[in-house]
Design a protein around this ligand. Sequence first.
Ligand SMILES: C[S@@+](CC[C@H](N)C(=O)[O-])C[C@H]1O[C@@H](n2cnc3c(N)ncnc32)[C@H](O)[C@@H]1O
Length: 374
Amino acid sequence: MDNSGTMNTQPSAERADPMNRIIDAALKRAEGGWLPFDRFMALALYSPGLGYYANTLAKFGHMPTSGSDFVTAPELSPLFGQSLAVAVEDALTHTGTKEVWEFGAGSGALAQQLLGALGDRIERYTIVDLSGTLRERQQQALASWGDKVQWLGELPETMQGVIVGNEVLDAMPVKLLARIQGQWFERGVVRGPDGTLRYADQETGLRPPVEVEGAHDYVTEIHPQAEAFVATLADRLERGAAFLIDYGFPEAEYYHPQRHMGTVMCHQGHKSDGNPLVDVGLKDITAHVNFTGVALAGQEAGLAVLGYCNQARFLINCGLVPRLESANVQQRAMAARLIHEHEMGELFKVLGFCAGVEPWDSVGFREGDRTHTL
Ligand SMILES: C[S@@+](CC[C@H](N)C(=O)[O-])C[C@H]1O[C@@H](n2cnc3c(N)ncnc32)[C@H](O)[C@@H]1O
C-alpha cells in the first residue's frame, strides 16, 4: 500500500547510476520489491565505494566552494576539541585509563585537537570508522602521531578508556514509521512505475517508544541501530567513559505531536533538503538522535549515565569562554557558532556514560545538567 504519493522523485543524476544499480539489486532481493528505509539508508551511506561515506566526495568543510556538504563542530573550530579535551582528561583521571577511542572520526580533525591538547596523557588513540576512504584521509592527517594512533575495522572484545563520537549516531540508519488515518505503517522504498524511487508503506507492529498524542497523520523514526551500537559499547567497555555528541532531543520532545514530519534530512553543498530518494550516494542522510533511547540502551546494557546537557553548556563548563577571549576575531566568530543557541549550542547535546566506576561530578556536566529530562 502506498500512502505517500507526494514523494515522487526525479531520476537520479548520471554519477549516481552505479548506486541505483545497487539499490535495484537490493529491491529485487527484497520481498515485494520493498526495502525498509533503514536498509535503503545503509546502502545509500555505506555501500562499498559508492555510498556517501564510502566514496571520495569532500563531505566536511566550511564552504560549498571546497566541494563540501556540511560543517561539523571540530571542522568549525579547534576550540571544540580543546574544550572537549578537558572532559576527556577528567574522565581519564577518574577512570584510571590511558586510551581514547574515537568512533566515526571524519577528516581526523577532532583526533588532532584531542591529541594536540592532551599529548602524552593519551597512550593510544584508536579510531573506528566504517569508511575506508575517510580512514585514508585520517591516516594522512594524523601521520605525525605515528604509532600512537591506530585504526580498527571492528571492536575488540574488551576496551578500557574514554570513547568519543561526534555526529556518529545521526549517521546510523533509522526505521521510518508513518501514522496514516490512525494506523501505523513502516515506510520503505520501492521503484515506481516511472522508474523513480518513491516511498511505500507496509503495515507494521512497530511503534514509537512513547505514544504520540493525537490522531493526525504523523511521520517519525525509531533508532534500533544507534541503540544496538551503544549496547555493544556497553558490552565491551570494561572501564572508562563515553561522550556522544549530536543533534537531537529527549523522547518527549522527539515524539512531540507537532513534530509530525520526522527529522530525516539530507545535506549537499551546505543546503539541506528532506528527500533522500534523489542523488543517492551523493548527499548525506541523517536523522536526529532520541537521547532517551540511547541513554536507556546504555543503561540496560550496564553503563551509568554521567550527564546530559546541551553543547553550549558542556563546552562552557569545559572552559570555552576564556579560550574565546584569547582567539582572534575570525576564530572567535567561528567558535561562537558552537555555543550560539540558534546554531549548534542548543540543538546539539552531549550524553556522557561511565563503566566500571561510580559516576563522578564530571566537569562537562557540572552546571546545567539535564539528565532529568531524558
Ligand atoms: C557525520 S560524520 C561525522 C564525522 C566527524 N566525527 C566529525 O564530527 O566531523 C559521521 C561519521 O560516522 C561514521 N560512522 C557511522 N556509523 C559508524 C559506526 N557504526 N562505527 C564507526 N563509525 C561510524 C561515518 O563513516 C562518518 O565518518
